[in-house]
Each structure stands twice: as structure tokens, then as C-alpha cells.
Design a protein. Structure first.
Length: 393
């Protein structure tokens, strides 16, 4: 609480560009802090995901930007047109106005400065405006468990910005399961600023009644919110033809996949495959499934770990993307999933996937993991302690 016994104000800024994972995690953080007594505003600069009106936090949508494919340097608007300087200026102005009006006690930047360097100017504008409005504001970066390691000069740039602009880093992961240094070189100076929260997992789903409810016994396939999962979906369509016809497959396609691609998937699906858009009840559907086949994004992995179902993870690893491959390897090492690849020198064939599915279905579900999934319950207390320490530091 602030000196006036009012809730401490938190302003979180996030821009998801390809999938929806960054926004989902930022919203989970905002929800957890709001439930912990903070007055929270979440500003999102990516494409709208869903209606946010009923949340426990305030939500502000910036003029959105996105990317297509793996070209993160070329920012696009809703229509797929290259973003002009005017839109970026409007985004900066909105963030500065928010900081000036709210006078936040805490500013949280999702992923920056470890990534989103193409939007560095607006994040730095936000921090400058927040500090001008409230010089004692605490500035924190918020990152997932795994980062994509860039060139050495960009690592140095990120660390310089951390030292000059930030008071700490919230790492939404479990150090004992997957430490940040598995994907990012952690210097002694950075190590002092890291605060592991545990994974920001959704509320647990009640244990399902075996064989009861929609999707019971299915092989459920998911791939996050973007079109990056299309190679996985196509692989699954071919593998499903090689499996028992009585085994149902359910492929959940993210909002970021074009209708034409969804239609093409449906046209090539065998009778034992159902293709539908991603659903809000995915955790419950997953808990009733016989097996999960998915990519290895942060939120998808948390869902399948919480559900405790047998799993095969097929990480998205095209281009320089290493995040999901690192997380998938940690899952396999811990005995939580089998890992296959759709790219690289030896990509999995439909027969490879069909064999892995048969083997996974023949085994019992994995034991409940010891991974720390309690970040949502713990993060408000952590911020309260950091605020108290900053006032007495």
C-alpha cells in the first residue's frame, strides 16, 4: 500500500507480435496483482485477443502492431500494411499519457529489454514519463522462463538498459527446473536483479471423471495462437491416418490462423479428426484427453503440466527461435513429455509421430511434477516486499 493507504498502482505494458503468449502471461500477472490488492492497468500493443471488460484490472488497447512469419523487424497494422511513424508516435503518446495520469508506483515491461528492441523507444518513453510523474516508481522487467539469445552486442545493450533504467527482473519460472541461464548469459550484475516468481499457471482444473464429457479419450492437438503451428497440424493430419480409426483426434486452431488455412486443414482431415478453433475451456478439455500433442509455448506447457496427461511436445524452432526447443528438452528430461521436431536435419515423419502417439497412449500418465506453478499466488507478496525495500533502500 502507498503512504496514503491507497492500493499501490501498477502499470504493465506488453506487445505480443506473433502468438498470444505474451499477452496471456501479462494478463495473468495483472489478474494476480489485482487479486493481491494492487490497482492494476494493463496496456496492450498487440492484436486484440478477446474482450477484457470483465477483468479485475483496467485494460487499455494501443493501436495494434503485429508481424507475419519470422520477420520481427517489419511491424504491420491490422490490415497487414507496414506501420507508419504516426502510429508508433500515437502509441508512445498514449503510454506517456497513461503514466502521467496514473502516476504508477510500479511499471512492468513485458519482455523488454530482453526483447522487443524494435519498440524500445516506446518502452523507454513510458519509463521516462512514469519517473517524471512519480520519481520513486519501481521499474521491473517481466520475462518468461526461456529467452531467445540474441547477438552479443544486443545482450550488452539489454544489460546496459537494465542497469540504467530497471530495479529488477521478474522471472516467471522455476529456477530448479529451468534457470534463466539455460537460454541467456546471466552476469553477476544481472543475477542480483532476478526474482523468480514461479510459473504463472492458471487455476487448477478439477480432476475429470474418467471417460466423462466432451473430448474424453481424444488426442488433443494445440499450437498456440499463431500460424506457426500449421506444420504441426499438417503432420498430425497425416499421423492420424496411420493410427487406429477409432482413436479420435481434435485439433484446436488458434485465432491467428487464416480461415483459408483452417478450411484447407478440414478438407484434408480423415474421419477420425475434428478441427475447430481454440476454445476457452481448453484446460478442461485437455484434462479429459488421452494425450496432448502440442508445441512447447509457455502457456501451453503449463496447461498440460497442470492437467497431468501424457504429452508429446513438438517445439516451434524455425529460424533463430530456440525458446520452445529449450523448454521441450527440459520437459523431456523431467519425464513430463516426449519431444519430437518438425524441422532440423531429421524432422519427424507422420510415421514417427504415429509411433510416438501409440507408445504414449500405452503408458500411464506422468506423475504430478514438482515444478513451481505458484507464481500467481506469490507475485503480489513479492511486489509488496520490493516496494517496501525500495522505500527503505
Amino acid at each position: 500500500m502507498s503512504a496514503e493507504n491507497q492500493p499501490a498502482r501498477v502499470l504493465i505494458a506488453v506487445t505480443h507480435l506473433l502468438g498470444s503468449g505474451h499477452l496471456v502471461r501479462a494478463a495473468q500477472l495483472a489478474r494476480a496483482l489485482a487479486e493481491g490488492g494492487f490497482d492494476v492497468t494493463l496496456a496492450s500493443g498487440g492484436m486484440p485477443l478477446r474482450e477484457m471488460g470483465g477483468e479485475t484490472f483496467a485494460f487499455v488497447q494501443l493501436p495494434p502492431v503485429k508481424v507475419e512469419g519470422l520477420d520481427f523487424r517489419k511491424l504491420l497494422d491490422e490490415a497487414g500494411t507496414a506501420v507508419d511513424a504516426g502510429r508508433l508516435a500515437r502509441r508512445r503518446a498514449m503510454l506517456a499519457a497513461l503514466a502521467t495520469t496514473l502516476r504508477p508506483d510500479v511499471v512492468v515491461t513485458e519482455h523488454f529489454p530482453f526483447g522487443r528492441r524494435q519498440l524500445a523507444e516506446e518502452f523507454l518513453t513510458l519509463i521516462t514519463a512514469a519517473k517524471a510523474a512519480n520519481p520513486s516508481a519501481l521499474v521491473l522487467a517481466s520475462v518468461r522462463d526461456v529467452l531467445v539469445t540474441p547477438r552479443p552486442d544486443r545482450i550488452a545493450e539489454a544489460e546496459q538498459r537494465l542497469c540504467s533504467c530497471f530495479d529488477g527482473v521478474l522471472v516467471h519460472g522455476d529456477r530448479s527446473f529451468l534457470p534463466l541461464e539455460a537460454s541467456w548469459p546471466v552476469s553477476p550484475a544481472l543475477a542480483e536483479r532476478l526474482h523468480y516468481t514461479g510459473y504463472l499457471a492458471p487455476p487448477p482444473v478439477p480432476a475429470p471423471v474418467p471417460g466423462d464429457g466432451e473430448g474424453a479419450g481424444d488426442v488433443i492437438v494445440s499450437g498456440g495462437g499463431s500460424a506457426a503451428a500449421l506444420p504441426l497440424f499438417r503432420l498430425c493430419l497425416e499421423a492420424a491416418r496411420l493410427c487406429e480409426p477409432s482413436r479420435r483426434w481434435r485439433i484446436l486452431v488458434g485465432k491467428g490462423v487464416a480461415e483459408g488455412d483452417v478450411a484447407a486443414l478440414r478438407q484434408s482431415a480423415s474421419p477420425n479428426v475434428t478441427i475447430e478453433r481454440a476454445r476457452a475451456d481448453f484446460p478442461a478439455l485437455l484434462a479429459r484427453a488421452a494425450l496432448s500433442v502440442s508445441q512447447a509455448g509457455y502457456n501451453t506447457v503449463l496447461d498440460l503440466v497442470a492437467a497431468g496427461r501424457p504429452a508429446i511436445v513438438v517445439p516451434f524452432d524455425e529460424g533463430a527461435e530456440t525458446e520452445q526447443a529449450i523448454r521441450a528438452a527440459a520437459m523431456e528430461k523431467a519425464g513430463l513429455a516426449r519431444c519430437l521436431s518438425v524441422s532440423g536435419p531429421e524432422p519427424a515423419s507422420p510415421a514417427d509421430l504415429a509411433t510416438a502417439v501409440a507408445a504414449a497412449l500405452a503408458q500411464e500418465a506422468p506423475a504430478r511434477p514438482t515444478i513451481d506453478l505458484g507464481g500467481a499466488e506469490r507475485v503480489a507478496g513479492l511486489l509488496t516486499r520490493l516496494l517496501a525495500a525500495s522505500k527503505h533502500g
